[in-house]
Design a protein around this ligand. Sequence first.
Ligand SMILES: [Zn+2]
Length: 230
Amino acid sequence: MECKHFKEWLPVREPSDTASEKEARKHARTCSTCARLLAVDDELEKTLRNDFRRTEAPARLRTSVAMIAEEPPRLKRRPRWPWLAFPSAALPALALLLLVFWPLGQGLTSIESVARLAEKNHLAGYTMEFQAGAVMDVSAWFRGRLPFEVVRPDLSGRGFEFLGGRKCSLGEEDIAYLFYAKDGKRYSLFELDAEDVQVELLEDKIYRYPVRDCIVEIWKEANRVFVLVA
Ligand SMILES: [Zn+2]
């Protein structure tokens, strides 16, 4: 495996595909760039499985989401023309990884565009508009500033220190930017209204995209999309 193949493999990594996993690890032993990406990815995989996914949406929100789900699938009347199907190398995962893109609209039209914009934000050196200690109710702080309800994942019991947050943007969309730290590393968590992301994301699927030296993980929970950059 070479760097190019490694970087193609990483976003569609399936731990059950042991042959590819072995090839990738073999390459990482001889390539420091990919070794670093793999280490970050391993760490993120663990983090997402153990920490972020434990956060449940509040009961009231879950009820309203369930009710919306019984209505026609999408509230926005966007044409749903499949433009590009992005299959995994592993056939059983193909259905899971089938991303549908829309040809209309600007901005967050692909996993790649979301990931690249998030990485830019992560490295832009944004300052916090509020610090964790000063704001008890993060959802309330964002109310009136953003047109959707922001819910901060509580990760304090698992070594993640919540530092603060701010309003930010991703493409043309207003989003929440939450700052976290763990083991001296800085994590940027962006929270978006799922309606603003013009990519069909499946629940319970983590979309992983390497951008330069960062790894961007994107997942959807209820009516929000989270983008984590490490
Ligand atoms: Zn490499």
